[in-house]
Design a protein around this ligand. Sequence first.
Ligand code: GLC
Length: 631
Amino acid sequence: MNATGSMGLSAAVRPCCRLLVVFQKCPCPPSFSPSLFPKCPHHRLGDLRVLAAGRHRHPSLVRAAVAPAPSPDAAPALRRLSTSVNPVPGDKAFDRIYVQGGLAAVKPLVIETKPEGDVKEPAPEAPVEAPPEAAPVREESEFEKEAWRLLKRAVVNYCGNPVGTVAADDPGAGPLNYDQVFIRDFVPSALAFLLKGESEIVKNFLLHTLQLQSWEKTVDCYSPGQGLMPASFKVRTLPMDGSNEAYEEVLDPDFGESAIGRVAPVDSGLWWIILLRAYGKITGDYGLQERVDVQTGIKLILNLCLSDGFDMFPSLLVTDGSCMIDRRMGIHGHPLEIQALFYSALRCSREMITVNDGTKNLLRAINNRLSALSFHIREYYWVDMKKINEIYRYKTEEYSQDATNKFNIYPEQIPSWLVHWIPEKGGYFIGNLQPAHMDFRFFSLGNLWAIVSSLSTPRHAEGILNLIEDKWDDLVGNMPLKICYPALEFEEWRIITGSDPKNTPWSYHNGGSWPTLLWQFTLACIKMGRPELARKAIAVAEKRLSNDKWPEYYDTRTGRFIGKQARLYQTWTVSGYLASKMFLENPEMSSILTCEEDLELLEGCACSLTKSAKSARKKCSRSAAKSQVLV
Ligand code: GLC
């Protein structure tokens, strides 16, 4: 958990007036008010002292322009190779989403109809045919019944409608911010509800978080990008302006400005896109993703991810703690989890973006980035016995485009645990890659999502599952699944975590076991035709989850103890378990989240666009890219 609550900070979080128009869908009477939050008035029965003065965020911190549009003339010719969303010379600029000065945080008015002339590209994958209701009905086990009771108890309402689930409902522990709806935590809840045929909560969640996206957000006089999605939000009940009797509900998002360490929730927007596609595929309600405001939301997220910076790699550059691991853990730079979610979100966006003149360049930028990203990760993040042996024999300080050791990795970096741990069969994607730095830790979510999204080749995907099977005691043990392996210990723990007492070795993010990861594991197993592996992991979890009161995480090398500071009745533990069971029962439903290998993407590898005969370029040619799949 990573927040201290949002009171007392001078962060400006407010919708602009036009944004309130969007809330006319709220079932409560629309209120046009200069308040800080989207609101829905009602009369509250309970005690409101807790919502004392001082909560209102500073309204005067209005942000300036998000990003001025660069002049197309100023762009050098080489920009044609860029995978960014910035327009290239001579190209008609895609539907611009830059917000110019004065209009910051103003989202286009919502018009729910599709503009005429827009053509929707047919989704590359067939829509999911079988509605969940059609699946053979099986009597739910007692575990499942309990899990459903808990999941329903976790539902949060806003203006009388369900909009999400709290992170945890542990009566024995202070809420901290576990009483908020976390974007990433809600994903397995959303899937469980969708698979059960209950889609309203998911639709509400998608639309309300979309509104939060464009709020002004300020952290110490600095405004993060407009497309940023919050890490979490809370429904608060506040006295209505000038009234002692009337109260209203408001949504109060946390974009990281209250989070411990002020971490940026980079994964939120990526999960939002992934969930949006899943919602469309399972409900057939493609109208939602076609809405103008939803299309704008997708573009705002992509704009943040695709804009040019100082990056030398196609992978997304982020600060530490910008995903599920939301504390300092040495995952700044280009962590695998973010890359896998980024790839997946790009694939999903490509299916959902309405094709028209205004989006052509964006779609091209997406394709270019997908090609470059998959090449980069497949080529440089993958390790197995053979690759480790190559690194072991690397020459260093090579200066040329032909360098074999491109990132100047000193072989001494290969950790001693890995020398013994890497199996003969199988392999995995390393946790991070930077100049002269490979983080060899195994991170479960990144590896599993690489399989689900087809960022990995089928051969890699098999290799990862083989490794998990081979290292079952280390990665599953008494509770699936280790968040990462191995733990940072001794000096490494002191230096890399900053002596974090929550992330001690084999606890929490530092080698703890997180049952919520079961659902991603199940999806990966189903995709690779190995459901029995998922069943085995679920059976391990079933032995303990209910007795242990559905904890957030487990500690020790093999996951024997309930985590030192773990919350009980953690919602994504509950919903992750339910989603896993339901996917196993209806494996065809996993296609709402998976993507298949796209050979055209490999052919489009940005490097192959150049006609240069230099051998370094040839290495990244069409055939090299294809060989990643076929080998
Ligand atoms: C912890 C986890 C984070 C999760 C949050 C709410 O901070 O690290 O991933 O979203 O708790 O459950």
